[in-house]
Design a protein around this ligand. Structure first.
Ligand code: FMN
Length: 219
């Protein structure tokens, strides 16, 4: 199966230090996936690689095939993926605005009927838990329902070094065991929804939003 790991941090300045703490958390998640679940196709989607326009124009607002190449490419990757891992810092008790902005560029039909996993971190003691609560609603609206287990890494700078390895004194296998609960749920749901998508194409049963969310058919 194909998994996209979204890294939602684009902050490249200090203070607060260290910047882009999310990079090491994401590397640790990917290292865990590769070492324990390496049979799957895992791709990193780094929000920093997407230079989005300041005036918001989502992928679905462009005339067919007129969208910028990088948006078209990412749309294709999202569409063909079986599951998503969303890695976000907590900013003012909310998810990363860069991650929300990137995801908002794509219609929910590309994400829908597949699962997602929430990974949050912070420099402080709560590990981004409050951001994670909001991410549940956000990802549910996109249609990639988050699995119940979540990963939170408090004081991530004390847990991981820049390359994603653990700091001296931290036990990598304990952290990977913790990650595994969420990852195993994600793999189970990804497998189940993939089989069911092959059995019944949900897009033939439930029409996608093509022009407005008013297409919910509310009387
Ligand atoms: C604008 C801003 C708001 C923040 N708000 C929170 C917060 O609400 N809760 C928290 O635990 N940490 C907060 N922090 C600290 C972050 O956890 C810390 O800076 C972390 O490194 C952010 O991840 P990043 O380096 O990948 O951007 C905030 C940091 C910034 C820059």
């Amino acid at each position: 199966m194909k998994f996209l790991v979204f890294l939602g941090s684009v902050r490249n300045s200090t203070p607060p230090s260290p910047a882009r703490l999310g990079e090491r958390v994401t590397k640790a998640i990917i290292a865990c996936l590769q070492s324990r679940y390496g049979e799957h196709d895992i791709e990193l989607i780094d929000a920093l690689d997407y230079q989005l326009e300041p005036v918001f124009k989502p992928h679905f607002a462009y005339a067919k095939s007129k969208a910028p190449v990088e948006l078209n490419n990412l749309a294709q990757k999202i569409d063909s993926a079986d599951a998503y891992i969303m890695v976000s810092p907590e900013y003012n008790h909310s998810m990363s605005p860069a991650l929300a902005n990137l995801l908002n560029h794509f219609g929910s039909s590309l994400f829908a009927y597949k699962p997602s996993a929430i990974v949050t971190y912070s420099a402080g003691q709560w590990g981004g838990l409050r951001a994670a609560i909001g991410m549940r609603s956000f990802l549910s609206e996109l249609g990639c329902l988050p699995v119940s287990a979540m990963i939170h890494v408090p004081k991530a700078q004390d847990v991981f070094i820049e390359n994603g390895d653990v700091q001296n004194g931290e036990d990598q296998s304990s952290w990977f065991d913790y990650f595994a609960r969420t990852i195993k749920q994600l793999i189970w749901w990804a497998d189940a929804t993939k089989k069911q998508r092959n059995e019944v194409d949900p897009h033939t049963l439930i029409t996608n939003f093509t022009s407005a969310p008013s297409q919910r058919n509310t009387p």
